[in-house]
Design a protein around this ligand. Structure first.
Ligand code: HEM
Length: 499
């Protein structure tokens, strides 16, 4: 595929005949290689020649905002993906091209998650954060599992009105398994079937068709995760016995607006997709941020001490934090911002696609290019964030201890760009903030000890695909005092009155 423009393509590694840069594509921590290319070619726009899929890497926040935000009229599409379709994830609106189907899904999702409405979910988020405290108090060795249970139980209750109380619940496993495979499959260059769609017609038992086997294995999980909880609530709704929740409000709305028309089935399908995506598709993202926070606290104890001092000052020892308290503590806000920056949950963004030929910085950007914003590089740019490997919430505060608007807010990058910006950011922020404030208020977070009693050595390493997680997570959560432990027990006794 040669460019017909007179302008040069952006620089990048030299392609081979026929296969282009296919062999150059990194699949482990790809964001590091993307950054290395930007340094090698001294450019924040890199071109990769991949069969059927020209690819552009954006290495700076300015370039990403120039294209994906300011030119969002042409940069808001997504490339079609054979793997996403084969795995049954075609209902995931993050990967839908810029079409009316995407618009209808986005509109319905937005109606349930816009900034003005998400406060109605706060009682569930607050209560589940408190449940988390009791799980961590009883069993500090399994923080990773408790975080997964916390995040899944919050969204599952909000979406389907059902309480999940155990990590062994089928719906926790379904969400985890269905998302895991997607995260790996969408790394650019990870699945050759994207560049040679003919591979999808080769049976999966033929050696070399690993991605097809992956798709075959995960399709049933994805389908069940989307269909089963929705069908259960719909059946209860029809019998008049469903607990009010997002699904019932969508069902009511659809019956009222489209009941008896041809559109009823279409909107029923969209409601199923939206609830399935909210429940499973997105839960790993907030979990990742919750885990990074714990790791940062264990590695940077001075930050932990300062945040605890702020909580002691505003909340005091006799109760747990409320949302109103958090709004009064800029240091906690800065700590959340630093969590989103230090270990970006989606390190290479969710790639966009450009729908027409374009020009940027004197380079030709071919129509149809996949555009990958390297969020990790943007959030670790030392010009914006000096000593980027250090966890320093203070970087976001001015001399008076308030949020300094002159420092680039990392959420501008971490939640994506333009017309495709994350729809769950306000909801996720509410989960994260009450969790962070509650954990810090009652626990000292330390790395923990291994079986022989020696302190565990933690490293700040991010691993994974589209959604990345810290490789190490601390397991040394100790109550700060007897009074703190008592607060936890008292708070969890009230659980059933909220859920
Ligand atoms: C820390 C948590 C989260 C992070 C870092 C995050 C980040 C992102 C990013 C980077 C995108 C891609 C935007 C783009 O294409 O430029 C995205 C899209 C999206 N996110 Fe989130 N997200 C988080 C949590 C959530 C949650 C909890 C939900 C829902 C409950 C959610 C719903 C969505 C949806 C529906 C999209 C697709 C938007 C579209 O393509 O139109 N996200 N998110």
């Amino acid at each position: 595929r040669r460019s017909r423009s007179r302008l040069p393509l952006p620089p990048g590694p030299k392609p081979w005949p026929f296969i282009g840069n296919m062999l150059d594509m990194p699949t482990v921590r790809p964001w590091e290689k993307y950054h290395e290319w930007c340094e090698t070619y001294d450019s924040d726009v890199i071109f990769l020649d991949l069969p059927m899929q020209p690819t552009i890497i954006l290495g700076s926040a300015d370039a990403a905002l120039d294209l994906l935000d300011k030119r969002s009229n042409i940069y808001s599409s997504k490339s079609t993906s054979v793997m996403i379709d084969l795995m049954g994830w075609e209902f995931n609106l993050s990967f839908m091209p810029y079409t009316n189907r995407w618009r209808a899904h986005r509109r319905m999702f937005h109606q349930q998650f816009y900034q003005g409405i998400v406060s109605k979910y706060q009682p569930v988020q607050r209560q589940q954060a408190r449940e988390f405290l009791s799980w961590a108090l009883k069993d500090p060795a399994n923080t990773r599992k408790h975080v997964r249970l916390l995040i899944t139980s919050v969204i599952f209750y909000v979406t389907y009105g059902k309480k999940i109380t155990s990590i062994d619940d089928e719906y926790v496993t379904l969400a985890k398994v269905a998302v895991e495979a997607l995260s790996q499959a969408v790394i650019p260059g990870a699945c050759w079937v994207e560049y040679m769609p003919i591979l999808k017609y080769i049976p999966s038992w033929v050696p070399g068709t690993a991605s097809m086997k992956l798709a075959e294995k995960y399709l049933p999980y994805v389908t069940k995760m989307k269909d089963q909880p929705y069908s259960e609530v719909k059946a209860a709704f029809n019998e008049g016995s469903a607990t009010p929740c997002m699904t019932t409000s969508l069902l009511e709305r659809n019956v009222k607006k489209y009941g008896g028309t041809d559109e009823e089935a279409i909107y029923d399908e969209i409601a199923k997709n939206v609830t399935g995506l909210a429940y499973a598709g997105m839960s790993g993202r907030t979990s990742s941020a919750c885990l990074s926070f714990l790791l940062a606290m264990a590695l940077f104890p001075e930050v932990q001490k300062r945040a605890q001092a702020e909580l002691d000052r505003v909340v005091g020892p006799s109760r747990l934090p409320e949302y109103e308290d958090i709004a009064q503590i800029p240091y906690i806000r800065a700590l959340i911002m630093e969590t989103m920056r230090w270990m970006p949950v989606i390190p290479f963004g969710v790639p966009h696609a450009v729908i027409v030929d374009d020009e940027y910085k004197g380079y030709h950007i071919p129509k149809g290019s996949m555009v990958v914003p390297n969020a990790w590089a943007m959030l670790h740019n030392p010009e914006d964030y000096p000593s980027p490997e250090e966890f320093k919430p203070e970087r976001f505060l001015d001399e008076d201890g308030n949020i300094d608007p002159s420092v680039r807010d990392p959420t501008v990058v971490a939640f994506g760009f333009g017309r495709r910006i994350c729809l769950g950011r306000h909801f996720s922020d509410n989960t994260l903030s009450i969790y962070i404030a509650s954990v810090l208020h009652v626990f000292d977070i330390t790395p923990g000890v291994d079986a022989s009693g020696s302190p565990i050595k933690l490293t700040a390493e991010l691993a994974g695909g589209l959604v990345a997680m810290p490789r190490d997570v601390p397991c040394g959560l100790r109550p700060r005092s007897e009074a703190a432990a008592k607060l936890i027990w008292e708070a969890t006794g009230e659980g059933d009155s909220v859920l």
